[in-house]
Design a protein around this ligand. Structure first.
Ligand code: OAD
Length: 244
């Protein structure tokens, strides 16, 4: 299942960078962003809820949607794919994880060097001034308001049309350009600017390996695609390369 060429490449690799997306958490039971929504939220398109405009139009609706997603994410655990990535970090001299996910499953699995592109589902900040608020559960209101400035509280995630945290993409581009191998795992490669990161690596001639059960816009351009679930492919990869 894992080609010898990849095994040899990884055995010699000193620097490995990984970009992950919602697919990595799918086997933990977190619905991917582009999966159809179920239950209460079936009638909404996530793309119509994850915007500042949607929040301003109906803060209660968007707050409740994120509360539902946070509750879901609180109930799940890392899967073998998350653990395999944490293991790889211990085995490769320089290993960087860049994630578009807003859950904390990479952290829970033990990964250390994580850069979040799209924020953190468990953080709460205010809309106007980005004051980070820890005790929001004790505050009244749906959503509550900021104790410092009175503006609505919102999740500390990046919405469509908003800027990513400062410098994260520049940092990622620097890291992938200096890498021996880059992985793109469980992401549809549709959302910019994150999707540009593996493309930077491809353009720099770095071998990019995609792990995804489905084809994406970068599939034709990567050095190798491993068609399968990350929770199955990644443990098999670690076993094949390092025998653990
Ligand atoms: P998507 O929901 O767009 O894509 C999930 C990808 O995971 C798809 O390509 C699936 O084929 C793949 N997949 C599904 N199950 C898998 C499995 N078990 N193992 C590996 N891959 C699997 O999620 P993202 O690409 O992460 O941003 O979406 C990127 C961003 O779009 C999200 O971070 C979110 C959304 O807009 C913001 O909210 C800003």
């Amino acid at each position: 299942m894992i080609p010898d060429s990849l095994i040899n490449l990884l055995r010699d690799a000193k620097r490995v960078a990984v970009l992950t997306g919602a697919g990595v958490s799918a086997e933990s039971g977190v619905p991917t962003f582009r999966d159809a929504q179920t239950g209460l939220w079936a009638k909404y398109d996530p793309q119509d809820l994850a915007t500042p405009q949607a929040f301003m139009a109906n803060p209660e609706l968007v707050w409740n949607w994120y509360a539902w997603r946070r509750d879901l994410a609180e109930q799940v655990s890392p899967n073998p794919g998350h653990y395999a990535l944490a293991k790889m970090e211990q085995l490769v001299p320089e290993f960087a994880t860049f994630t578009q996910n807003v859950d904390d499953l990479h952290d829970q699995a033990g990964s250390q060097n994580i850069t979040r592109f799209h924020g953190n589902l468990f953080g709460v900040k205010c809309f106007d001034n980005h004051h980070m608020i820890d005790n929001w559960r004790e505050l009244p209101g749906t959503p509550p308001t900021c104790p410092e400035c009175g503006s609505w509280l919102r999740p500390d995630v990046v919405w469509f049309g908003e800027a990513l945290p400062e410098n994260v993409i520049d940092h990622a581009v620097q890291v992938v350009r200096a890498a021996d191998v880059v992985f793109s795992i469980g992401t549809s490669s549709l959302v910019m600017p994150a999707a540009a990161v593996p493309v930077e690596a491809i353009n720099a001639g770095i071998p990019v390996i995609e792990i995804n059960p489905n084809a994406t816009p970068i599939s034709e351009h990567v050095a190798l695609t491993l068609r399968g679930k990350s929770g199955e492919v990644l443990p098999a990869l670690v076993e094949a390369v390092w025998g653990q």
